[in-house]
Design a protein around this ligand. Structure first.
Ligand code: MN
Length: 202
């Protein structure tokens, strides 16, 4: 069964002014679509055709560079769209908020750590909040790798990912990645992140 591009869970202009409409149209309709198309090409006619996206991603390092890049691209973007929401942002609540405070000192300190992970990732990649062995951690990955992959330096269950590829911000922010990172916090879907946290912490 071929992989398909999921619809965005909100309108293209729903994240304005933090993430602009044109960026969302191209990011979802062109970039994400290309990962889906290239993943389908990479698995066509192979035993990997019948595997789930998660299975492919977990074994990405041993399958092929095409599956690693495009399977990662497809998984990461599915995850990214669901991590965002209009009229969102603010601070998390409940167990996740407590764990963030205990793990990083404060919510602000956590954001600084994520922003640093995103800013210092040279070239293209992602910054992540993840759970590893029951503990919250911040990491970053190159290209379309993610913490589920066998090749990840820091492996765990991703809770939140920030896409720091230029295609995620260049039209509005040009070279100012830190400005995009600041704006990103206004569109984080914390209830969704908390739901992932509760599922992973069980
Ligand atoms: Mn992207």
């Amino acid at each position: 069964m071929a992989f398909t591009l999921p619809a965005l869970p909100y309108a293209h202009d729903a994240l304005e002014p933090h993430i602009d409409t044109t960026t969302m149209q191209i990011h979802h309709g062109k970039h994400h679509q290309a990962y889906v198309d290239n993943l389908n090409k990479a698995v066509a006619g192979t035993p990997n055709e019948s595997k789930t996206l998660e299975e492919l991603v977990k074994h990405a390092g041993t399958i092929s560079p095409a599956v690693r890049n495009n399977g990662g691209g497809h998984w990461n973007h599915n995850f990214f769209w669901e991590s965002l929401a209009p009229k969102a942002g603010g601070a998390p609540t409940g167990n996740l908020a407590t764990d963030i405070d205990n793990s990083f000192g404060s919510f602000d300190a956590f954001k600084e750590k994520m922003n640093a992970a995103g800013t210092t990732r040279f070239g293209s990649g992602w910054a992540w909040l993840l759970i590893k062995d029951g503990k919250l951690e911040v990491s970053s990955t190159p290209n379309q790798d993610n913490p589920l992959m066998d090749v990840a330096e820091v492996k765990g269950t991703p809770l939140l990912g920030i896409d720091v590829w230029e295609h995620a911000y260049y039209l509005k922010y040009q070279n100012r990645r830190p400005e995009y990172l600041t704006a990103f916090w206004n569109v984080v879907n914390w209830p969704k992140v908390a739901e992932r946290y509760e599922a992973a912490a069980k």
